[in-house]
Design a protein around this ligand. Structure first.
Ligand SMILES: [Zn+2]
Ligand SMILES: [Zn+2]
Length: 418
């Protein structure tokens, strides 16, 4: 034991700081950077002034003092310098990507989504013909119904297709817009009109997701900027009737993309609030669907996982039943390192974080898949090690039942089986 630069008697080791960061409690507003040393996310801490002057004088402080910066209780984090460490632990990967030509009958494909594939041929629902038709595609093509969504204009507007896991329902929504519609795929009839309201709709996708609860397929969806509801996609019936009053208010947050865990227990919302800041939140879907219509607003299971300034509409995905991987290491959009943070929905605790994964995230079994610009990377989310790559393959969609990741490029459906 010795007296460290922070003034505490402790074991040396751990991280170093510049002289202006020695006593975090007294330097609450110091702006600083993290100097990555190539070993995972280990880094020395250095105030922005010393970083800009170059060659900072660094001395060792105790773990307790370092933790005040890690817990975001001190300082203003200004960015990363240097490179993080990525550890490879190669496992055999079959990198064969299959390219299937898309028939002309599909026309311009706007989006696609998985359908149950009982005969072993991987089936997709395709929002084709420029977004005007839903068609089933499993090698051959089958027209299902016409799509009619109210016209709206927004620079970021993007049509998006969702399907239910049982293949009975689909929803076409205007992401970064207001309207959408749920269809019964057996009858081709619209069963529910989605109206996400008009307030800042261009800042996030139109929240919608199908899920299973007590043997039924239900749909969660936005019905105003700060209101989520659950409806029955068969009848269109609203199941979360509630009236906001001056005593009891709606969530007060802008709702974004929704994600449901594999076992249907948890739902995640890529929400944002004024500042503006992205705040990914989770709550218990069974409590919400099971009777507490306010669970998405102020329910006891609802919790915020982290806060990032100017940063939302970012990839996230569930791993197993209760872990949520969230893309991006840092506290705001200008100081973000590619990587993921892994949270436990049950406790809200961050269990792990590691650099490397970038782009859309998918998970199956014990692996996390990241669709980076150069191709797919495969990760062990429990250790943060990279276990494989599929160069050049950048999937956008996941067919869970078929065990396939997929993308459409140059008139072909590209699939890779994990
Ligand atoms: Zn300094
Ligand atoms: Zn100390």
């Amino acid at each position: 034991m010795e007296t460290l630069a922070c003034g505490h008697v402790a074991h040396p080791g751990g991280r170093r700081v510049c002289p202006h960061m020695l006593r975090p409690a007294e330097d609450e507003d110091v702006s600083y950077v993290r100097l990555l040393n190539g070993h995972n996310l280990d880094a020395d801490l250095c105030c922005t002034d010393c970083d800009q002057a170059g060659d900072p004088e660094l001395s060792v402080i105790c773990e307790g003092c370092v933790a005040l910066y890690d817990d975001e209780e001190s300082g203003y984090f200004d960015g990363w310098r240097g490179d993080p460490g990525i550890t490879d632990r190669p496992e055999p990967v079959d990198t064969t990507v299959t390219a299937t030509p898309l028939p002309g009958e599909l026309g311009t494909v706007v989006d696609f989504a998985p359908l149950p594939s009982p005969d072993g041929r991987t089936a997709w629902l395709v929002l084709g013909r420029g977004g005007r038709w839903l068609l089933r595609f499993d090698g051959s093509c089958h027209k299902i119904c016409r799509v009619r969504i109210p016209t709206e204009t927004s620079v970021r507007l993007r049509q998006r297709l969702h399907t239910s896991a049982d293949g009975r329902f689909a929803a076409v929504v205007n992401d970064f817009g207001r309207f959408g519609r749920v269809y019964n795929l057996a009858s081709g009839k619209a069963t529910l009109d989605i109206d996400g309201g008009t307030y800042h709709t261009d800042q996030a996708p139109l929240s919608l997701i199908f899920f299973r609860y007590a043997g039924r397929t239900l749909v969660a969806h936005r019905s105003d900027w700060d209101r989520l509801d659950i409806s029955d996609p068969e009848t269109g019936q609203l199941l979360t009737t509630r009236e906001a009053t001056s005593e009891r208010r709606l969530s007060g947050t802008f709702h974004g993309a929704l994600h449901v865990s594999a076992d249907g227990r948890w739902i995640a919302d890529d929400s944002w609030v004024w500042a503006p800041a992205g705040i990914p939140r989770v709550w218990d879907l069974r409590l919400w669907a099971g009777g507490n219509a306010w669970e998405s607003d102020d329910g006891p299971s609802r919790r915020a996982l982290c806060q990032r300034d100017y940063f939302w509409n970012e990839p996230m995905c569930w791993i197993g039943d209760s872990l949520l991987a969230i893309s991006g290491l840092g506290r705001d959009d200008e100081a973000m390192l590619p990587g993921v943070r892994i949270f436990d929905a049950e406790t809200g605790l961050e269990l792990n974080s590691f650099a490397g994964p970038g782009g859309a995230l998918f998970s199956a079994g014990m692996r996390l898949y990241a669709a980076g610009a150069d191709g797919l990377t495969i990760w062990d989310p429990f250790t943060g090690e990279r276990t494989g790559t599929v160069p050049g393959f950048v999937p956008t969609h996941h067919h869970r039942e078929a065990g396939v990741l997929a993308a459409i490029r140059d008139g072909h459906l590209l699939t890779w089986r994990y």
